[in-house]
Design a protein around this ligand. Structure first.
Ligand code: ADP
Ligand code: MG
Length: 201
């Protein structure tokens, strides 16, 4: 098994995150928890690249469709479409427009439990119900209802890999090996070294 302190995850600041002037704010949220930035680039993705990105994990279509049906149910509403695959097909079309509408910033963050820690800091998919204190909970106010009514993707500022498997596939999709920078941070000693002796004279 990989060294758990070396786990990596992909974060993409979506076009609305850049337009809302939140790049520094978003990066600082991941930085301050102790994660290490090992890759970063700004690009305007193509529609093909975005479709590939969201379908790297074969289960994504089913899981995302079911998550949407449940989100409506939890609010006492019924989703207008009850086939999870049909729902995701529409979401994918909307995502291709959203994610190619301007530059995005792709990043690789590394550290202990990077995937789960980044998801926690990022917050749930729908800003209406994302926890306060998370990026999606604190900086944006969209909902499934609003985005459905306007026939567009939910604007939630950032993408973050949903699992370790997804992270591995996504990092390979967005970054070449030579674009990833392995290096040692001074703070790794206080985060990960077994002994903290030698801190006083
Ligand atoms: P997450 O980004 O939290 O991992 P998903 O993988 O389920 O969420 O969905 C990918 C992205 O698709 C979301 O971040 C959001 O921008 C968009 N999205 C998800 N569900 C919907 C929906 N019902 N309507 C519009 N856009 C959606
Ligand atoms: Mg996802």
């Amino acid at each position: 098994m990989e060294n758990p302190t070396k786990e990596r995850t992909l974060v993409v600041i979506k076009p609305d995150g850049i337009q809302r002037i939140l790049v520094g704010e978003i990066i600082s949220r991941y930085e301050r928890v102790g994660l290490k930035l090992v890759g970063i680039k700004m690009v305007v993705p193509t529609k093909k690249f975005i479709e590939e990105h969201y379908t790297l994990e074969p289960e994504w279509r089913r899981i995302t469709g079911e998550k949407n049906i449940k989100a409506y149910k939890d609010k006492g509403m019924e989703h207008p479409i009850n086939d999870p695959y049909k729902i995701t097909e529409i979401i994918l079309e909307k995502l291709k427009k959203y994610m190619t509408s301007g530059p995005v910033i792709a990043m690789i963050w590394e550290g202990a439990h990077a995937v789960a820690i980044v998801r926690k800091i990022t917050g749930g998919t729908e800003p209406l119900t994302s926890d306060v204190g998370t990026i999606r909970g604190d900086y944006v106010l969209d909902s499934y209802k609003l985005s459905d009514d306007d026939y567009r993707a939910v604007r939630n500022l950032v993408h973050a890999s949903g699992s370790v498997k997804e992270a591995g596939l996504e990092i390979a999709h967005w970054f070449r090996k030579d674009e990833i920078m392995p290096y040692r941070h001074v703070q790794e000693q206080i985060l990960y070294d077994i002994n903290l002796d030698g801190e006083t004279d």
